[in-house]
Write a protein that binds this ligand. Structure first.
Ligand code: C5P
Length: 361
């Protein structure tokens, strides 16, 4: 089973925190900045007058054994925050000095291993947004949603300076861009869990985008994935009188029509369309249809239809479908399609369809 984590990785100042925080508010789910874990360790090291760049293996082992770190809410309604040795350092972690030190602390494999459980323990049944450098690659390689956010070095430096609210000149901009580049280099070149895009992450260069545009892109990508995993309703349909029979319930054969309506909408929601596929010379005639009827639907009921591309083997594809009224499952089943070309010959299912197959929960 995959983790219910929305992983947002990317280089420094690429807008990850802002986007992750806004996303968590929009979705009403918790948010964790994993960078704050490294920052908290760096903060403690600096307070202890330890040099994060030159700490010995023995010193580090003693330091970690003597540290307790957790991610929890300081108050019941507050957002998740980092607590180190019973203290919430909060804004103290956001200085340039701590940024540079955190990047050094993060190079130690012992530190990364030590922080693994803290981070993994945060995933649960409900979704969570986690932002960092290695969430989609090392912490939650099985995360359901993975994004890699990036932006040009100049845009990132500008954003960082604008955040501070103080006026800045070209020279300051160049200095900050250099600091950011140095941190990127440190993060990309370290041996353990270096900063890199997970193969299955959706990459977004948001240099020319504002927060709302970035957020919309991420929300739409999540929704598309949910649709393909059969988690989100693709079609809502109010039963017309014409669909019912003399018993006053939806005529059984109509469910296959609903299955078909669902397939059409699912393809469109996924950015494809059956018509487009036919234009490219592919058709998907049904060679098997199964429907199990659980409870009848009536005139004016609102039906919610969900489903997914469940299996794709050679020239065949199986598409599942479920029909609910509210929480009540009314019918479920599937259709198996053979893929044929314009001459009616079986051909391999095109990637536009097989690519829609996603891991089911
Ligand atoms: O994201 P933030 O700037 O707060 O991260 C501080 C530092 O912590 C980064 O420069 C990086 O070196 C390190 N980090 C990491 N892995 C993460 C999150 C942050 O190595 N998942």
């Amino acid at each position: 089973m995959s983790s219910n984590v929305i992983a947002i990785d990317g280089p420094a100042a690429s807008g990850k925190s802002t986007v992750a925080r806004a996303l968590s508010e929009r979705l009403g789910i918790p948010y964790v900045s994993t960078g704050s874990l490294y920052r908290a360790l760096a903060w403690k090291m600096l307070n202890r007058k330890l040099d994060p760049a030159a700490i010995s293996a023995e010193e580090l082992a003693v330091f970690l054994a003597d540290t307790s770190i957790a991610c929890r809410r300081p108050e019941p309604q507050a957002p998740l925050d980092i607590e180190i040795d019973g203290v919430f350092p909060g804004g103290k972690l956001q200085t340039a000095e701590i940024s540079a030190a955190a990047s050094k602390v993060a190079t130690y494999p012992e530190v990364r291993t030590w922080l693994l459980d803290v981070q993994r323990s945060l995933a649960g049944k409900t979704r969570i947004v986690m932002e960092g450098r290695d969430i989609g690659t090392a912490i939650f390689p099985d995360a359901k949603y993975k994004f890699f956010l990036t932006a040009s070095p100049e845009v990132r430096a500008k954003r960082r300076l604008l955040q501070s609210g103080r006026p800045f000149d070209r020279q300051t901009l160049d200095t900050v861009a250099r600091e950011i580049a140095a941190r990127d280099e440190q993060d990309r070149s370290r041996k353990t869990a270096p900063l890199r895009q997970a193969e299955d992450a959706v990459c977004l260069d948001n240099s020319g985008m504002d927060l709302e545009q970035t957020l919309q892109f991420i929300l739409e990508t999540i929704q598309r994935k949910d649709i393909l995993m059969g988690k989100e309703t693709v079609l809502q349909y109010r039963v017309p009188y014409a669909d019912t029979d003399q018993m006053g319930v939806v005529y059984y054969a109509n469910y296959l029509k609903y299955f078909e309506m669902f397939r059409t909408e699912m393809l469109i929601a996924a950015g494809e369309s059956y018509q487009k596929m036919e234009e490219h010379g592919y058709s998907l005639p049904v060679i098997e249809a199964v429907c199990r009827y659980k409870s009848p639907a009536h005139f004016e009921d609102i039906l919610s239809v969900t489903g997914c591309v469940a299996e794709c083997k050679g020239v065949r594809v199986r598409i599942e479908c479920r029909i609910h009224r509210g929480d009540t499952l009314l019918a479920e089943g599937y259709t198996v399609h053979a893929c044929i070309n314009r001459d009616g010959r079986p051909v391999r299912v095109p990637a536009t369809i097989s690519g829609l197959m996603t891991e089911k929960e």
